[in-house]
Design a binder for this molecule. Structure first.
Ligand code: CP3
Length: 352
């Protein structure tokens, strides 16, 4: 069985001796070969140059037997394609967009989603190039931000500042908030279509700031501000494309993801995968959810091994698991710890 077959079988909840594995943010600063590439070119340059994006996508696969590659890119290419370019502050200091979208006039000035395929031509080309290198052996993933998470960056560079601006917009001008989310849903859909049309086997939607769309006293807040727009994206994708949904910090809405249209639910560290199974039903696969901190060099590989064994054991009887972290690989992750995880997975596979 190839890695690609294994990955697609897990998305369909078919039984497997071992789950497929990949890591969110598997490319990037934890790899010395990525740091060497970054010494010569900026992040935005790497993303926009198909040869370099291909190289960065393949780097983690040369080092570890990942079953899936994820295109080297960023959720911020959508704001950029809509006329709001980004850059990173030195030393992991976060993101800055060169201009923001906060008023009805800013929203009206956004170009229509029909301009996205043209503006993301480099992304389709990188996808085709990676597909050519992988052939049909390894699964290839595309991704985009959830409309709400993209909006937090457009409104205020992500996180609490961006979410605060969006909540004010929703309060003061609900029609404008609605119009913004509709445009971002269509833009995210167009971005994912570029990837699917050029060879992605599956796509992941990152709702990294989901928690900031939720309000404890408002039962419909997350549905209204985020999940309904994710559903709009998923519904507009070609039927049959597996969609993985990662929503961070909203465990109380886990059951609602059964109605999102997603094929796979990617759990954060707060969730227990076996406990999610009855909430989501037998047909939605589960991805996750080892704590990323276990990859840090201060944590001995034995701790990660034990956590991997426990997770694989807890999911062994339940088809539909993709092994992953609960969030992205930390930049200071230890390569040795990751090796220990792959050894544990191989030992699990070899069990009688
Ligand atoms: O997973 C992969 O290997 C594919 C590449 C990928 C990147 N970003 C590359 C990247 C993916 C899937 C993303 C998604 C992304 N980008 C998310 C959702 C996932 C998550 O972590 O919640 C978000 C919120 C972003 C936005 C973003 N990109 C931020 C806030 C930052 C700056 C913080 C940081 O980590 O430096 C980035 C930068 C970024 N995106 C880097 C990489 C490899 C680091 C840039 C560098 O090389 O310095």
């Amino acid at each position: 069985m190839t890695s690609r077959q294994r990955f697609l079988a897990a998305c369909r909840c078919a039984p497997l001796a071992r789950p497929p594995v990949w890591f969110m943010r598997q490319a990037g600063r934890w790899l010395p070969e990525y740091r060497a590439l970054k010494a010569t070119r900026s992040f935005v340059d790497i993303v926009r140059t198909p040869d370099l994006a291909t190289e960065a996508t393949l780097q983690p696969l040369r080092r570890f037997p990942f079953d899936a590659a994820i295109l080297f890119s960023d959720i911020l290419v959508v704001p950029e394609a809509l006329g709001h370019p980004y850059h990173f502050l030195e030393g992991g200091g976060g993101v800055r967009l060169e201009s923001h979208v906060r008023t009805a006039a800013d929203i009206d000035a956004l170009p229509p989603a029909t301009t996205i395929p043209g503006n993301l031509g480099y992304m389709g080309e990188a996808m085709r190039q990676v597909r050519g290198e992988l052939g049909d052996r390894t699964a290839l993933l595309g991704f985009a931000g959830a409309p709400w998470t993209i909006a937090t960056y457009l409104a205020g560079d992500g996180g609490p500042a961006g979410a605060g601006a969006l909540l004010a917009l929703e309060r003061e001008n609900p029609a404008a908030f609605h119009a913004l989310m509709e445009r971002l849903a269509d833009a995210a859909t167009a971005c994912l279509r570029v990837q699917i049309d050029n060879g992605a086997d599956a796509v992941q939607i990152f709702d990294s700031w989901a928690a900031l769309a939720d309000s404890p006293g408002d039962a419909t807040a997350y549905e209204r501000r985020s999940l309904s727009w994710i559903r709009r994206v998923i519904t507009a994708l070609p039927p049959g494309t597996p969609v993985i949904l990662f929503a961070k910090g909203v465990p109380r809405h886990a059951g609602a993801f059964a109605t999102s249209g997603a094929t796979v639910y990617s759990a954060d560290a707060a969730a227990s995968l076996p406990a999610l199974r009855p909430l989501l039903g037998p047909r939605i696969a589960l991805q996750g959810n080892l704590p990323p901190d276990l990859l840090l060099p201060e944590n001995p590989p034995e701790t990660l091994r034990a956590a991997t064994r426990a997770l694989l054991g807890s999911m062994h009887a339940t088809p539909g698991h993709i092994l992953n972290l609960a969030h992205g690989v930390p930049p200071s992750a230890s390569l040795g710890n990751a090796e220990a995880l792959f050894e544990e997975l191989a030992a699990h596979d070899a069990r009688p």
